[in-house]
Design a protein around this ligand. Sequence first.
Ligand code: BGC
Length: 438
Amino acid sequence: MNKRLLFSTFVAIGMAGCVTAPTPPRLANPTAPVPPVDKHFWWGTSTSSFQNEDEGLSKTSPYYFKTDWDVFADEGHAPHRGDASSSWTRFDADLAAVKLLGVNHFRFSIEWARVEPRPGVYDEAAIRQYVRMARELRAAGIEPIVTLWHFTFPSWLYDKNDKSAVNFLNPQARPHWNAFVRRMVRELKPYVRAYVPQNEPNGAVQLGYLGGHWPPGLLLRPYSYKHALQASADMFRDAANIIHQERPDAWVIGIYSVPNWKRNFLLDPTGMTYNTMMRQNFDHLDKVYDTVDVIGVNYYYTQDAAISAFLNHGQGEVGSRYTQMGWQIVPEGLYDVLQTVFKRYRKPLIISENGLGTQSEQKKIRYFRDHINQMRRAMADGVTVQGYFAWTLVDNFEWTEGYTANFGLTHFDPKTKVRILGPSALWYRDFIRSHPMP
Ligand code: BGC
């Protein structure tokens, strides 16, 4: 059962009251051609720090750290992630798998808490390791894309006893964020041109401040939601400026969760639910789109925007059209989402995440093949798509769902941590070889 979507959506709709559709931003030049930012198509895959890294430090180390998600797990609201795929101590295994896949791009994220375990105290060895990761990727001919925030905050910005001013709402967050971003970009810039300030801030803020399902676990707090959304947008804009100051030719990528919401005239006659969901897709991006060079669309599923449909959503992997998360597989939804986002912002797009949790390799191959075909259809119809990233490199920690979803292109041996390329990984490799694109 996908409690995450059902519950938070339900709450969001209840809070939203009468909602209008989000007005598209006024573009300076809405008919100008939109060239790709790079001449080669970006084929890639990704990981994220909290979902993949092990701690890699003993509890007695002066640089031992915790994130807000660790505290959230201590509070009993999420499973503990343990050592995940050990991507911190076994980055070599990730790199070997990435090379075998033949992708030309790889996205990973920086764990802010690991780099700054206490306010203003930086772990130099951790910074060096992230720089080494970027350098080794580049040396292998793979362009690194670095995400500076993939959902997790240092625990010193989180107070489990007073959640009214934590994370994005903590007054200390913005100055420390700016210093962290500047430091990381300065260190990484010889090897990294593409940066993602935040991964899916729209989804995380909604789940954390309205749905109560993710940290900080605030439920029914529209005031906090509004402020957290604005604070995250302000921090996004700061980061985009810093990145462009530090490396003027950098690509800033804004990555968003963009499900394909379907208007259902019977179940949602006023369109209130549909409008609410479209706002969750675009309210944050509307505040920052002018700072980004590329927009990343994380597309997983299509869903009727109607409360009664949410109640039937997420019943697990029932049949060939559903995933372990209970998400409905609709490849044409990717086409629709690409058209909508492109028309709204007129920026080059990447499909920054696309994939499914399943143990069926054949289903995974079908999913990737069908979605890539829809991407190519959108490109043929005039949408500028710069790249495609399969989610994810290796089975990992799926947030409140723990280890119950197999999103990985590869699996790993728990003892040796060696990545094992299954049929879907080999399919992706062969597809990339035969479709260098454009
Ligand atoms: C996130 C990933 C997550 C994936 C599948 C996206 O929301 O960026 O961290 O694993 O979706 O749920």
